[in-house]
Design a protein around this ligand. Structure first.
Ligand code: NZQ
Ligand code: ZN
Length: 388
């Protein structure tokens, strides 16, 4: 196990009806608020009204900025930065999923910077300060509600890039599983795939003696595998929704990679898909992650066999580790198919004509991955392996 420093400062307020408390929590951090949200689901399903009522009750003044798109855009971030300046706002409340929260995080860091906020995403500038943000989470997936990352798309060049700093972890995350009842099945499933990917990125490591975090990863994966079919069967299964929602945060709040080094190639390879073709990030990962596994599993057959046995209950063949390892990957693919996630680029309507460009962009800042280092040729091979 490696040395580590772990601190997660996001306060989690979890459970039924908790969005009604948002005014009180917001009041602790700010006096004038930017209420940031997406394309309308919060208005359609009543969350907006509840949040506004709670803010009003707490006497909090707010200005609204809606319209965050899935795979959030730099343009709206810049609009947000201007509003913050003009309206003298001191807190951002993001009501939505990863896209809304990430947009809020980018506005929060942009506020204290005179140059172009994109400089941070290109690694040209170091983040020193950020406005505080809080969130009412509406979809378990990205884990942004308590993560230190933020992913934004710049349409000019179709670049999807991320920043990472503890300064942008939300001060609080309000998580009511009931709010997730209205998710379309596709978003529920894409969210599950993303949560699993966050765990698997950490699971596939070259660091030895990480027994505790191995076991935590395995149980977190099993929780998603057991509960996702339940919510697809019954959208209003509170307990299953709750298990998924909490796992979504645990998967990406950095607890599971304490003492280890995660891989992250699949995320890097996927971001080129959602950056150019605007696909749901989780659906892109359902295609890329098993393909990555097929490409690298020979690197550590034992770890892949452990994944097969402990996560997927495969009966091991002690004389044939390779076969055992392959069964885990097969089970993962079968699971994605069972929740109607794609396994090929064709299913995402992604043609073959820009694979070279995507592979080039994916390794722009160096090889992808830590478990196995992948260069442009490797990334291209992975894309090609899942064309159809
Ligand atoms: O925009 P609205 O109308 O709200 O609809 C959203 C959106 O269309 C809808 N939705 C959300 N909650 C709903 C709902 N519909 C009905 N009922 C509800 N309760 O779901 C759609 C997807 O929302 P989005 O926020 O895009 O989903 P997600 O949370 O999966 O976020 C994806 C973004 O997060 C980034 C991804 O790359 C992608 O841009 N990620 C962020 C990370 C982070 N900051 O730590 C890590 C991840 O690896 C990921 O890269
Ligand atoms: Zn992700």
């Amino acid at each position: 196990m490696r040395n580590f420093v772990y601190q997660n400062t996001t306060k989690i307020i979890f459970g039924k009806g908790t969005e009604a408390e948002v005014g009180e929590y917001t009041k602790k951090h700010g006096s004038k608020v930017l209420l940031h949200y997406g394309g309308g689901s919060i208005k359609k399903y009543g969350t907006y009204d509840k949040v506004v009522e709670s803010l009003n009750k707490a006497g909090i003044e707010f200005v609204e900025l809606g319209g965050v798109k899935a795979n959030p855009r730099l343009d709206l971030v810049k609009e947000g930065i201007e509003i913050i300046e003009k309206e003298d706002i001191d807190f951002i409340l993001a009501v939505g999923g990863g896209s809304v929260i990430d947009s809020a995080k980018a506005i929060a860091v942009g506020h204290y910077y005179d140059g172009d906020v994109w400089d941070f995403f290109e690694g040209k500038e170091k983040i020193k300060k950020a406005l505080p943000i809080g969130t009412v989470l509406t979809i378990p997936a990205a884990g942004s509600e308590s993560s230190s990352s933020c992913v934004i798309t710049k349409m000019d060049g179709q670049l999807k890039r991320s920043i990472n700093t503890n300064l942008i972890r939300p001060r609080f995350a309000i998580m009511n599983p009931q709010i997730t009842y209205t998710l379309p099945d596709y978003q529920t499933a894409a969210g599950a795939a993303d949560i699993m990917a966050h765990i698997m990125e950490r699971y596939f490591t070259n660091v030895d003696n990480v027994e505790l975090t191995d076991r935590l990863c395995e149980s977190a994966l099993k929780t998603i595998i057991t509960n996702t079919p339940k919510v697809l069967e019954n959208n209003e299964d509170y307990n299953a929704r709750a298990e998924i929602m909490w796992t979504g945060s645990i998967a990406h709040n950095n607890l599971l990679d304490t003492g280890r080094i995660g891989d992250w190639a699949s995320h890097g390879i996927e971001h080129e898909l959602s950056g150019i073709y605007d696909v749901a990030h989780g659906a892109g990962l359902a295609v890329i992650f098993p393909a990555w596994m097929d490409y690298v599993y020979q690197h550590d057959l034992e770890r892949f066999a452990q994944f097969a046995v402990r996560v997927w209950d495969v009966d091991p063949d002690f004389k044939d580790l390779e076969w055992t390892a392959e069964q885990g990957i097969k089970k993962l693919k079968e699971f994605f198919v069972s929740i109607a996630m794609p396994l090929t680029l064709k299913e995402l309507d992604i043609p073959a004509d820009r694979l070279e460009e995507m592979a080039e962009k994916a390794v722009q800042n160096g090889p992808q991955g830590n478990f196995v280092k992948l260069d442009k040729e490797d990334v291209l091979n992975i894309y090609k392996s899942v064309l159809e």
